[in-house]
Design a binder for this molecule. Structure first.
Ligand code: ZN
Length: 276
């Protein structure tokens, strides 16, 4: 999931360019037996890497980044030494994925907002106005009448989903404007205040056009503020560096030194935030 959710820059709003070096691993696939299981890992050789690094991605890919001159045997032995740790992480990510059930939009389901979990509560009350409110830790959706004429309640689910979508869109507009204003002083290479547009996307949290206009995914409002700041700063860095060059990552590290941790946190929750 992580790689599919990397941010991409866009030469215009319709045509995102993916940075292949960073969003996808194009290494050779190697294998290792661990008990009954087989661990497959990709090896990426990089001029600039000084030591061997193993990373397990949320989509369960295992990527080993090594300096150019390291031997296959050394890589194999290093992976073998950490096999238990790798295996555990792959299991954890696999479990997380199976935990993502299709939404039914019924009371008791979990909804996310700013990194917190809220319980969904559906009320049918003809005396009230239909809408969504955050009341006492519950995300309460009020319907004025029971739309469940289909036996599986699908009409009701559609209605609840559309009310929730509207609520998230409104919150996203406010929160993103607030976070953009908060992080903008750090991005001193940006003149004026960039505009942003909200667009529901399956594979991106945000993008930035050559004109410096941002596009942000409304589902991002489900994530903690720090994750929102990361995506906004990432896109703002594209105003200075319209690519994923070393200069781009240096700039991002300058304005958010711990961006990798924040990104990992966001990636690990992506399936849940995008589940609808
Ligand atoms: Zn980017």
């Amino acid at each position: 999931m992580a790689s599919r959710l990397e941010h991409t820059t866009a030469n215009n709003d319709q045509q995102p360019i993916e940075d292949r070096r960073l969003t996808k691993a194009y290494g050779l696939l190697h294998h290792l037996h661990y008990g009954q299981d087989k661990i497959s890992y990709e090896v990426i050789r990089k001029d600039k890497s000084r030591k061997l690094r193993i990373k397990v991605h949320p989509d369960q890919r295992v990527v080993v980044t090594v300096p150019m001159q390291v031997t296959d045997e050394f890589i194999h032995n290093s992976v073998k030494k950490r096999a238990r740790w790798i295996w555990q992480h792959v299991q954890d990510f696999a479990k997380q994925k199976s935990d993502v059930l299709p939404r039914r939009y019924v009371s008791g389901e979990t909804q996310f907002y700013l990194g917190r979990r809220y319980v969904l509560k559906v009320i049918i009350d003809p005396e009230q106005v239909a809408g969504v409110k955050l009341i006492r830790g519950k995300l309460t959706v009020t319907l004025t009448h029971d739309d469940s004429n289909a036996s599986d309640g699908s009409n009701r689910a559609t209605k609840i989903k559309s009310l929730l979508d509207g609520w998230y869109q409104t919150k996203a507009k406010t929160i993103f404007a607030e976070r953009l204003a908060a992080v903008l002083p750090q991005a001193n290479w940006v003149n004026g205040s960039p505009t942003f547009k909200i667009l529901s996307m399956k594979k991106q949290w945000g993008s930035c056009s050559t004109q410096g206009n941002l596009v942000l995914n409304p589902h991002l409002v489900k994530a903690p503020k720090e994750c929102i700041d990361y995506v906004i700063l990432h896109e703002l860095c594209h105003i200075a560096e319209y690519n994923h060059s070393d200069r781009f990552w240096r700039l991002l590290t300058q304005v958010m030194p711990h961006w990798r941790e924040v990104k990992t946190q966001l990636d690990s929750m992506a399936e849940l935030y995008l589940n609808e």
